[in-house]
Design a protein around this ligand. Structure first.
Ligand SMILES: Nc1ncnc2c1ncn2[C@@H]1O[C@H](COP(=O)(O)OP(=O)(O)O)[C@@H](O)[C@H]1O
Ligand SMILES: [Mg+2]
Length: 428
């Protein structure tokens, strides 16, 4: 078993790490966060309250978490933390999933990145604020050390140039790239070979995150860029870079990073688990890739809702028609919940007014009747509440009348089908 710790686990990267590793039988996953975050809903082993990484006691506290949980591997999941931990990795009492200090340091700075590749066909032309003339415009400016598109701006007129001269932060000013934008998810093996490079278009970006991303075939020029970067920078395991097309349709480099990208899942679903393989690689295993036949994967992202409901129950009374079933099929949300209950040792009771033989109908839907401890098939006018014999229970039914009856008579929580998602447990 490999014990893997993710910090900070609530970042977009931390949540993607969870998605990538949660079901692996060789990995026990732990999430660590300084502040309360969404990860509390998905990490089974969730640890909160470590000081910020800028605190003097941080390393000591981190090593205590590492010791207490026998952590083998730490995955940093935020840009500044990657750089910081790559610098002090000797002080950590476990292995660190990231490239060497130099690769992290160069990647963190766009100026250092562009300097390293000066003269290459894919490096955007850079400008000094002092030397910009009106006919150079429009240009593009962004912080030298930035993330999530914070502080980016189009430089459209000389007033913008003046404003840039006044900011304290270091900015990189470069040619404006008006074309499509892509991320290339990469993996470098222990011998320094570029094992995988998978390209996806960032089609819709909100708050710096690709909320729509779709894989595309990797063009020759972009493979060449990947090879050149991989040759010059010593990456280990997972990394990525971004390109955008200039006005002549040529790919130009935006940035590179020694880490998982937030929407890397598209490439992962295509068949190569970058994070899992990075973990294996730091543990000393040789990894290889399956040449996969899936060409197109598209991801659509949005906020996700997870709920905390203050109820305790051991029994679930559940209706059949239009509750477990949906338009002549099985409702897969409801059936997932029912299996979750069985996993947790809860007791399921089917309470139905089904018009046909319930046994036959269960068979038709491939539902095994043994999942129900009790099957109450009501064939008269009796109320469902008369059959609720346990009060540490919930009742799920699509009928308002039945819910009203059970709620009033038994005083137990009742749910319509839409509410079942709130009962799902996402912790792995
Ligand atoms: N030269 C440029 N021309 C046009 N848009 C750019 C340029 N550089 C960056 N951008 C836009 O700004 C966003 C952020 O830039 P990027 O280099 O990826 O930094 P970060 O993701 O670290 O904020 C990009 O996703 C892209 O949409
Ligand atoms: Mg970016």
């Amino acid at each position: 078993m490999i014990n893997v710790l993710v910090f900070p686990c609530g970042s977009e990267i931390g949540l993607e790490v969870h998605n990538a590793l949660r079901f692996d039988k060789h990995i026990e996953l732990f999430g660590l966060s300084s502040v309360s975050c969404h990860a509390r809903m998905v990490y089974k082993n969730y640890l909160e309250g470590i000081s910020f990484y800028t605190s003097e006691t941080f390393i000591e506290e981190l090593n205590k978490v590492i010791d207490d949980n026998k952590i083998d591997v730490l995955i940093p999941a935020y840009d500044d933390i990657i750089v910081y931990l790559s610098e002090i990795r000797d002080k950590l009492r476990c292995k660190l999933v990231t490239s060497g200090k130099e690769a992290c340091d160069i990647s963190r700075s766009k100026i250092k990145t562009y300097e390293l590749f000066k003269g290459e066909f894919f490096t955007p032309r850079m400008y000094e604020a002092e030397n910009i003339r009106e006919n150079d415009l429009p240009l593009f400016a962004k912080p030298d050390i930035g993330q999530g598109s914070q502080g980016i701006m189009k430089v459209e007129n000389m007033q913008d140039v003046q404003a840039l001269k006044r900011v304290d932060e270091d900015y990189v000013i470069s040619e404006l790239l008006p074309g499509e934008e892509y991320t290339i998810d990469c993996f470098t093996d222990l011998k320094g070979k570029l094992l995988v490079a998978s390209m996806r278009e960032r089609r819709r970006i909100r708050m710096g995150i690709s909320v729509n991303s779709a894989t595309v075939v990797l063009p020759k020029e972009v493979r060449k860029i990947a090879e050149i970067i991989n040759e010059k920078v010593e990456f280990n395991g997972v990394w990525f870079f971004q390109v955008k097309k200039d006005k002549n349709n040529n790919f130009k480099l935006l940035e590179m990073a020694p880490r998982v990208a937030g929407s890397m899942s598209t490439s992962r679903i295509k068949g190569f688990n970058y994070i899992l393989n990075s973990v294996y690689q730091v543990m000393g295993y040789e990894v290889c890739a399956i040449p996969n036949l899936i060409e197109h994967v598209e991801v659509e992202r949005a906020f996700s809702n997870k709920y905390i409901i203050d109820i305790d129950y051991n029994y679930v009374y559940v209706d059949f028609d239009d509750t477990i079933t949906y338009q002549n099929t099985v409702n897969t949300v409801v059936i997932s919940f029912l299996y979750q209950c069985l996993n947790e040792g809860k007791v399921l009771c089917l309470v139905t007014r089904h018009a046909k033989e319930i046994e036959e109908s269960c068979k038709k839907y491939h539902i095994d009747m043994s999942m129900f401890s009790e099957i109450i098939h009501i064939k008269d006018e009796a109320k469902k509440s008369e059959y609720v014999s346990h009060l540490d229970a919930i009742f799920i039914d699509d009928s308002f009348r039945e819910r009203y009856d059970v709620s009033s008579a038994c005083k137990i929580p009742v749910f319509d089908v839409d509410g079942v998602e709130a009962l799902l447990n996402w912790k792995y």
